[in-house]
Design a protein. Structure first.
Length: 115
């Protein structure tokens, strides 16, 4: 089982990034996918989640209207489109797959928003 995040980096405030999380080793379409983030000295927080079919999404208040989660079950990949980035969005971003007690995590990708 593997979840591999990519797409992080250093970006100026107001710019955009798209994160990807590629899954392998399990039936991706059976799993709810969630993006979390953790900033230094802070607890890990839920950013966005998406149901198995990609029809229901949920967002943290802090990212509503700026971030969009989506998934492509044919490509076993979940995405996080991040627009209007702010310095407070700086964190390590992790994807998680969950299904009835099973839980998998990626290794994370760093996003730094700074001028």
């Amino acid at each position: 089982v593997q979840l591999v995040e990519s797409g992080g980096g250093l970006v100026q405030p107001g710019r955009s990034l798209r994160l990807s999380c590629a899954a392998s080793g399990f039936t991706f379409s059976n799993y709810v996918m969630t993006w979390y983030r953790q900033a230094p000295g802070k607890e890990r927080e839920l950013v966005a989640s998406i149901n198995r079919g990609g029809t229901i999404t949920n967002y943290a208040d802090s990212v509503k209207g700026r971030f969009t989660i989506s998934r492509d079950n044919a490509k076993n990949t979940v995405y996080l489109e991040m627009n209007s980035l702010k310095p407070d969005d700086t964190a390590a971003y992790y994807c998680q797959a969950t299904d009835r007690g099973y839980e998998y995590w990626g290794q994370g990708t760093q996003v730094t928003v700074s001028s």
